[in-house]
Design a protein around this ligand. Sequence first.
Ligand code: DC
Length: 222
Amino acid sequence: MTRVITIDGPSGSGKGTIAAGLAERLGWRCLDSGALYRLSGLAAARAGIGLEQPTELAQIAGNMQVEFRDGRVFLDGEDVSLDIRSETAGNAASRVAAVPEVRAALLEWQRAFARAPGLVADGRDMGSVVFPDAGVKIFLTASPEERAQRRYNQLKEKGLDANLACLVEKIRERDERDSNRSVAPLKAPEGALKVESTELSIDEVLEQVLKKVRDAYPDLFR
Ligand code: DC
């Protein structure tokens, strides 16, 4: 069985950075499941399909031609790496992610990312729904203000437009929607190590996570 480590948490909690760092350290694959929801939101908007058409939304999500190559993301052959990182794309993702048919359409696709020697998967329901048997589960949080500040810095670095007060509000809105939806809501899976990262650096979070991974898979560190 392929080993899986899940890292779940709210928007901007740093799970993407930690997941990528961990995957690199272990030489494992990495699944950014949020990207699949962002791509679904973008593909649906481009096709003019709205939330009131769940069957069509699921068809679009399940049939997108997606390629992850050299750190970039391609949708139907077009490089959409920047487009899917905007706040608008994040909010569109959060909306389509609340549609049960869309989640079902992406489920097996996400599971197929698990291949030897192992997978680090980040998202909202990686440990609870997609990989319930994962050997290590992490739940990463940080205050909404800190997460908004991190997102602000990220967007600025990418040369995208950002407003801090607006980001705090959007983050609270997205938390609310992601935590209260009926299917696979954001919550710490049973047995997860909870890491509150507001006051921690990336290296400090990674250290706590690695300790947990070392306990679960000592052979990886011999
Ligand atoms: O992690 P992210 O910000 O890129 O995710 C964008 C949205 O996608 C998020 O607001 C909720 C949704 N999502 C989800 O519902 N389940 C996941 N496993 C990952 C993301």
